[in-house]
Design a protein around this ligand. Structure first.
Ligand code: SF4
Length: 386
């Protein structure tokens, strides 16, 4: 398949693995955070971590949009459906994220809430047009990748004069989260992971460009290499990071030149800026309250803001006591550090958000990596004979 197989070539992957082995100094540890859940998925799915030397460690970051959605925000959406009679539309994975009282959006739907899975913000607007007698709320989540379509749909709703449509805006911002991880203001309480560099997100960077990462290279002296989601993209990025560390450089490099430019998609940034403004603070699952890290609708579009329209008030809700999602999203722990992993908590029955989406660290490790943790035991002679 043109332009897919080229980035999954096993022979080239082995060569890249050998280069990383050759260039990574055996007497030091390299800790790189893949911020984005898409990279976490690629690392697990294609067995990239098996090709790395032990001193090159990949640390999952908080870049899976459903993983970082706090319980309190899902509760707001559930209440809109169950108590206010609204039709709530959202993306598929969001439906399964555990919320308060043993509920999730999909369980609330089973209790009679009119909650619908949509593939796009535009589908939510079509639902509003099809049901002019009902309030329709689009539960909008995601990083800078999914934000421009939400902005366009709000503008379209205004142009078309759709009066029964609003957005529960939970769009979050990547650079603010990276800054928060580096600053680790609550490190004493929650621990801090030492990082030597970042693999920069692919799709987010198509929108925002590579320039917003410059402060992490210049101010924090952390190399950033933006990479695509194919296995060879990720391996090439790891090699580029190892080289930067070896040479004492901290620069923003772009492995994903086929899609990312320094300035990004200026038209998408413009429409985002027209519709949204930055919130003073926003709670992330795992990271806590992060200043200037999320968006809300501007005053001009107040009529489409579900928080104002329904007078919603956010209430923080703690995670399940035994769930380690928070520490995993901060990069401090790994999925297997959670005692619920793979027994109580599975993709069919997620207890925490990291087990919901295929981009979540726990789901990725459950699907592709957990067999690595099981020691290989040679078969008994009689079993071999049979
Ligand atoms: S295994 Fe489940 S409960 Fe444990 S950290 Fe992962 S998602 Fe949370």
């Amino acid at each position: 398949m043109k332009y897919i197989d080229e980035f999954r070539d096993g022979a080239i992957a082995r060569q890249l693995g050998e280069r990383i082995h050759a260039e990574a100094h055996p007497d030091r540890v390299y800790r790189f955070m893949e911020f984005c859940g898409g990279h976490t998925h690629a690392l697990s799915r294609y067995g990239v971590t098996e090709l790395l030397p032990p001193q090159v460690q990949m640390i999952h970051g908080p870049g899976c949009p459903v993983c970082v959605l706090p319980i309190g925000r899902i509760d707001l959406a559930i209440r809109l459906a169950l108590e206010r009679g609204a039709i709530v539309c959202t993306y598929g994975d969001t439906m399964r994220v555990p919320a308060s009282d043993g509920l999730s959006l999909i369980k609330a739907k089973a209790r009679g809430g009119d909650i619908r899975m949509v593939y796009s913000a535009a589908d939510a607007l079509k639902t509003a047009q099809a049901h002019p007698d009902r309030e329709v709320v689009f539960f909008a989540i995601g990083f800078e990748t999914t934000t421009p379509p939400t902005a366009l749909v709000v503008q379209q709703a205004e142009r078309l004069g759709v009066k029964n449509f609003s957005v529960l805006c939970c769009h979050v911002l990547t650079p603010a989260a990276v800054t928060h991880i580096l600053a680790a203001p609550d490190a004493e309480q929650h621990g801090k992971v030492e990082l030597d560099g970042f693999i920069g997100p692919a799709h987010v960077s198509i929108v925002i460009g590579s320039d917003p990462y410059v402060p992490f290279a210049e101010g924090w002296h952390k190399p950033v290499v933006i990479a695509g989601f194919e296995p060879l993209d990720v391996m090439q990025a790891i090699l580029m990071l190892v080289r930067q560390v070896n040479e004492g450089r901290a620069e923003v490099e772009n492995e994903f030149t086929r899609a990312v430019t320094p300035k990004g998609n200026v038209a998408a940034q413009k429409v985002m800026d027209e519709v949204f403004e930055v919130r003073d603070s926003f709670e992330w699952r795992g990271l806590g309250v992060v200043p200037h890290s999320a968006l809300k609708l501007r005053e001009r579009y107040a009529a489409f803001d579900a928080e104002r329209r329904f007078d919603l008030h956010y209430q923080p809700v703690p995670d399940h006591k035994a769930c380690e999602c928070g520490a995993i999203l901060r990069g401090v722990k790994r999925p297997t550090d959670c005692k619920l992993f793979g027994n109580v908590c599975t993709p069919d029955n997620p207890v925490g958000s990291c087990m919901v989406s295929s981009e979540g660290a726990c789901a990725a490790h459950y699907s592709y990596g957990r067999f690595r943790d099981i020691p290989i035991v040679p078969a008994a002679p009689q079993a071999r004979a049979a």
